[in-house]
Design a protein around this ligand. Structure first.
Ligand code: HEM
Length: 366
């Protein structure tokens, strides 16, 4: 019989013997069985399985983006895979509800048997962070040791290699930098955008000045606040300001990539930019959901441990809470929203450029 057609049993295919024989309760080993240790082990194992699937999908997207040019149809594939990752992440967040059915006292029945095991030793979680683009120097340190010091030499080497290569962030940045249309014949996107922002801000200023329901003092306050918004826009008008912010570490995405992301976001309704826009949205979804997980996990840790230190040696809640904010990777993509202007102020695209951004299929037919 053809080897490919040979039959296999459900049990064998899923390697269930291995998986279902992988829950060894330490509390039972110490002759002090703790009922909830089973839940604790299973929840962690399920997480690790989902991490495996996420890495599998993310790795495939990174591969598609590693080519010099990204084929249009590959963007669709990338969107579907990132969408799947987000759906898995939602489950990862929801699973915290399950672990929270274990009360702090139930956890204390076996917590001492786990020492010094900790989520810090989740190799796949670190692989995920590094693959997304979290750099070693941006990590919150909790001891003098490197974050990877808890892993075997072989695993440390894998993380080192991963850090040296392009992360998802790097690949997206390069892809954005290659986006055409920023300068199309006489149409200079940044110059046109600058004019529109000027018009929009003038209109807003006039609206404040002519409002008869607020005091002169309040008007001045609001106009001063608009100054801060203008400062933010200035970094997009002036590459040198943007580069300075990158040096200071407040921005990570290169100037050219930021401008491209802005163009894609503003002209998302043009057929050819729809897919790139969806792709950027999916990255933002993924980043947001990881932050949601970090926050939710930190909150659960506070509820379970209070201010106790973690089994891995960190301050516990305080450390975890800080990572939620500081370990974000695609912060600059979220921030594009600051630069968006209403559709009514959008610079009109030249006819030839608009045609280029349209699907040519219907035109060929006529
Ligand atoms: C009762 C349940 C849990 C408690 C009390 C808990 C507690 C902690 C604490 C205190 C830390 C900080 C590191 C340390 O000092 O040990 C930590 C980190 C971590 N935990 Fe949990 N955890 C729980 C459940 C989970 C689950 C279900 C997962 C899923 C895989 C998980 C994954 C992680 C990861 C990946 C880290 C590292 C986070 C980072 O460094 O950004 N934890 N956990």
């Amino acid at each position: 019989m053809d080897k490919e057609l040979s039959s296999i049993h459900y049990d064998e295919y899923l390697q269930l013997k291995k998986i279902l024989d992988a829950q060894h309760l330490r509390s039972v080993g110490f002759n002090k069985p703790a009922h909830d240790e089973m839940l604790f082990i299973i929840v962690h194992q399920v997480y690790e399985l989902w991490f495996k699937e996420i890495l599998h999908d993310l790795g495939s997207v990174m591969e598609l983006f590693s080519e010099g040019t990204v084929i249009e149809s590959h963007i669709g594939v990338a969107i579907s895979r990132l969408d799947r990752i987000s759906k898995i992440q939602k489950i990862l967040v929801d699973q915290i509800d399950i672990i929270e059915t274990m009360t702090p006292l139930d956890f204390l029945d076996f917590r001492n048997y786990l020492l010094p095991a900790s989520g810090f030793q989740s190799f796949q979680f670190r692989q995920l962070e590094v693959s997304l683009g979290l750099k070693r120097e941006r990590r919150i340190s909790y001891t003098q040791c490197s974050y990877s010091g808890v892993f075997s030499d072989k695993e440390q080497k894998i993380l080192d290699e991963l850090e040296k290569g392009d992360s998802m962030f790097d690949l997206v940045e390069k892809w954005l930098e290659r986006t055409p249309f920023l300068q199309f014949e006489a149409f200079d996107f940044v110059e046109e955008y600058k004019k529109s922002v000027g018009l929009m801000l003038n209109r807003e200023e006039q609206a404040i000045e002519s409002a008869d329901y607020i005091s002169t003092q309040e008007k001045q306050l609001r106009i001063n606040m608009m100054g801060e918004t203008k400062t933010y826009f200035n970094s997009i008008f002036d590459e040198a300001i943007h580069d300075q912010k990158m040096k200071e570490g407040t921005l990570k995405l290169s100037y050219k990539a930021t401008i491209s992301a802005l163009l894609i976001n503003l002209y998302r309704d043009e057929p050819l930019l729809r897919q790139p826009f969806m792709f950027l949205q999916k990255l933002v979804d993924m980043d947001e959901l990881l932050t949601t997980w970090r926050n939710r996990h930190a909150q659960m840790v506070l509820r379970t441990l209070g201010q106790k230190i973690g089994t891995g040696g960190s301050s516990g809640y305080d450390y975890l809470k800080t990572t939620a904010d500081k370990h974000r990777v695609f912060y600059d993509l979220h921030n594009i929203s600051t630069l968006l202007i209403p559709r009514s102020f959008l610079p009109e695209l030249p006819k030839e450029l608009k045609e280029k951004l349209d699907f040519n299929f219907s035109k060929d037919k006529s």
